[in-house]
Design a protein around this ligand. Structure first.
Ligand SMILES: N[C@@H](CCC(=O)N[C@@H](CS)C(=O)NCC(=O)O)C(=O)O
Length: 208
């Protein structure tokens, strides 16, 4: 069986669990305490020098880090990833957008708000990060003006990747009601057969 190294607070990990559930792929999940250095131990780094979750481990011991790479791997040959060519490249463009222009400005404010004390120096990052987050959400909102999903009328890994932190954007200080195309898109993803919700964390850890 495939093993996923993950943490319940991470929507990067959740996007992998979501795709696996939608495709009916069984996963053994190993929860890593990333807030206490669990992804930086010598053992973890020997497995994945990237030092972060999610990491997928195959039965033969090979590993694959990076949430969007894992999505592409699991989705190969399914409707969630178009065949090589222009359509696939457009999906990849959304995945790169997610990592470079969305995740640092939606996921990171969520991390700061949930895992630092109100007087933590990182709170100073919130205004500029959230300003860029609003830009990313506006772009996503505009892209969904004329189709049910990002690539048309069927969901792909582009939707799942961007759904992950967007559907929890309220925890990052955003109001999804300001982006009228986003709540119906979130609901369409929630309605997909096999959908699983993101698990609540067992505890919220504050970082120093
Ligand atoms: N680009 C990576 C980002 C992964 C990431 O940021 N992982 C965080 C949790 S969401 C993590 O493991 N943090 C612990 C650390 O950096 O020590 C991906 O998409 O998989």
């Amino acid at each position: 069986m495939l093993t996923l190294y993950d943490n319940a607070e991470s929507a990067n990990g959740y996007k992998v669990r979501l795709l696996a559930a939608l495709l009916g792929i069984p996963l053994e999940v190993v929860w890593i305490d990333i807030f206490r250095g669990g992804s930086r131990t010598p053992d973890f780094l020997a497995m994945s020098p990237f030092g972060q979750i999610p990491v997928l481990r195959f039965p033969d011991g090979r590993v694959l880090p990076e949430s969007n790479a894992i999505l592409c791997h699991l989705a190969e040959g399914t409707p969630y990833l178009p065949a090589p060519g222009y359509e696939r490249s457009r999906v990849l463009a959304w995945l790169f957008f997610e990592q470079y222009s969305h995740e640092p400005y939606v996921a990171t404010p969520r991390f700061i708000l949930r895992h630092t004390r109100p007087d933590h120096p990182r709170r100073a990052e919130l205004p500029w990060r959230q300003a860029r987050g609003r830009q990313a959400l506006r772009l996503l909102n505009d892209a969904l003006a004329s189709s049910s999903f990002l690539m048309g009328e069927s969901p792909t890994v582009a939707d799942l990747s961007l759904f992950a932190y967007t559907h929890r954007a309220d925890e990052a200080g955003f109001d999804l009601a300001e982006y009228p195309n986003l709540p119906p898109w979130v609901e369409r993803i929630r309605a997909l057969p096999g959908f699983v919700a993101m698990e609540p964390p067992t505890e919220l850890t504050l970082v120093d």
